[in-house]
Design a protein around this ligand. Structure first.
Ligand code: ZN
Length: 240
């Protein structure tokens, strides 16, 4: 499986806390996690220049795309968003992580503001599995503890998910639909809230297992469609 990890590099990642959480870089951590699962992984970094490095060749060769972004959402060109959205609707799988809820591409595919409540306080999050039969939760217990995370709370302005797998609970009392599957066109996408850049959430074995299983779950079930279109149905004629 060809996976592309699109990950932003921002100044918060260069802070002491950011470097302590991911000395190798958050994008590299995700890349290694997926390589361990046998995927061929291309890492594309979004920076001050936007997502220029996300070329047509990379997009066209991707089976599943992971997206982590925060500060530089608006620097991703509409042209790139159009190309990624087109491929997602033709069947490419997508996994949106943490603040990717506010990315142009996520909002395009969901069609809503995707706004939420938040508080950056390093609070304990407990992720409750609300669908133990779901392949993304396979082999995992009823809940997963994340010692420190950014609080994301409801209301989360998303369409009702096609499949809800995890609900996060925070020490401050808030709850959040933190593990959701949406089906769009011929493709599937998974949104997962944990993963603020200054907490080492993506080092937690259960979180890594969820993301590897999500990658497998959203993988295209069949070859990608050439294009999304409305087929013309020949006129119906009644024969005597
Ligand atoms: Zn964050």
């Amino acid at each position: 499986m060809n996976v592309t990890v699109v990950c932003e590099h921002n100044a918060s990642m260069d802070s002491q806390e950011g470097k302590r959480a991911y000395p190798e870089g958050l994008g590299v951590c995700l890349q290694e996690m997926l390589r361990e699962a046998g995927c061929a992984v291309t890492l594309v970094t979004i920076g001050e220049n936007g997502a220029d490095a996300l070329t047509d060749e990379i997009i066209d060769g991707t089976d599943v795309m992971f997206w982590w972004g925060h500060w530089h959402h608006l620097k991703v060109s509409d042209e790139v968003v159009n190309k990624v959205a087109d491929r997602a609707l033709r069947g490419m799988g997508m996994v949106f992580l943490h603040s990717a809820h506010d990315s142009k591409i996520f909002k395009r595919l969901l069609g809503s503001s995707c706004s939420l409540k938040w508080r950056e306080d390093g609070e304990h999050e407990r992720l409750w599995c609300v669908d133990p039969t779901h392949p993304i939760a396979r082999g995992l217990g009823e809940s997963i503890d994340i010692p420190q995370e950014e609080m994301y709370g409801e209301p989360f302005d998303i369409p009702t998910p096609d499949e809800l797998v995890y609900i996060g609970w925070f020490k401050g009392g808030e709850v959040f639909r933190g593990g959701c599957v949406f089906k769009r066109g011929a493709g599937k996408l998974f949104y997962f809230n944990p993963g603020h850049e200054t907490y080492p959430t993506y080092k937690i074995p259960e979180v890594r297992q969820i993301l590897r299983q999500a990658c497998k779950y959203v993988e295209p079930a069949q070859p990608l469609k050439e294009k999304i279109f409305c087929p013309h149905i020949p006129e119906f004629s009644v024969k005597d």
